[in-house]
Design a protein around this ligand. Structure first.
Ligand code: URA
Length: 237
């Protein structure tokens, strides 16, 4: 037996707080009976419904992966190894895909999920979910580069980027924050300023920051707080 709020929150669709509100509003049924308390114990195999809509066994899964260089951000590829190969077999069968691609040689935060609508909103420029990268180039970036990024850079093929933040770090490298994710965007923006990227790592995506405890190649499920924050970012943007 498990707590009702835990069972429903584990589907990834609601936080425990949201489950409590749904239960309080009388919107949740367990085996056809309106649930009385969110902390009540239930059989996880019972039939659950919210607003009369059955909650199927299909689970929404959200994983944070520290992508290593050398793998492609795809679900399958005839030749090259994909990030999904880092996961155990049971997690390769639940329809996970990378929400926002990183190039093969890029490292860092990659969200793997089977929640298509959420991934779509996180990636759409309409929602302005910022993505921050650490970048090292083949020579120093300058104040003029910072201003050009902030103004909305025009790439060599004429494509105009949304304004981006470039923060020059003391010593080595810079942080770049994008509101969108065009193909090879940072490499092309850097090329438009006459520099070449030699190392690129994504550090964050909206409220989600790469867990420093994860080594390249390691992953973990998102916490309930992280899932709630992501959903809020994709709702309010
Ligand atoms: N910009 C790039 O050029 N590559 C990435 O992988 C991500 C952003």
């Amino acid at each position: 037996m498990e707590r009702l709020d835990k069972i429903l929150a584990n589907t990834g669709r609601w936080s425990r707080r949201e489950v409590r509100e749904l239960v309080r509003a009388g919107r949740v049924t367990v085996d056809g009976t309106v649930a009385a308390a969110a902390d009540g114990k239930c059989d996880p195999a019972a039939a659950f419904a919210v607003d009369g809509v059955p909650i199927s066994g299909e689970r929404l899964v959200y994983l944070m992966l520290h992508k290593p260089a050398g793998l492609i951000s795809a679900t399958e590829d005839p030749q090259k190894a994909t990030v999904l190969e880092l996961l155990p077999p049971h997690l390769r069968r639940v329809g996970l895909f990378p929400a926002g691609r990183l190039d093969r040689d890029t490292e860092g935060l990659l969200l793997l999920t089977n929640d298509g609508p959420l991934a779509h909103r996180l990636l759409s420029p309409r929602w302005h979910v910022d993505k921050t990268y650490f970048v090292r180039t083949d020579g120093p970036l300058s104040e003029a580069d910072r201003a050009a990024f902030a103004a909305g850079l025009v790439l060599e093929d004429g494509l105009r980027c949304l304004p981006a933040r470039l923060e020059l770090l003391k010593g080595d490298g810079a942080l770049v924050t994008l509101q969108e994710g065009k193909y090879h965007q940072i490499k092309r923006m850097t090329a438009a300023r006459g520099r070449r990227v030699v190392y690129l790592k994504r550090l964050s995506m909206g409220p989600l920051a790469l867990d420093p405890a994860l080594e390249p190649g390691q992953w973990r499920p998102l916490s309930e707080d992280e899932r709630t924050a992501l959903r809020a970012a994709a709702k309010n943007g």
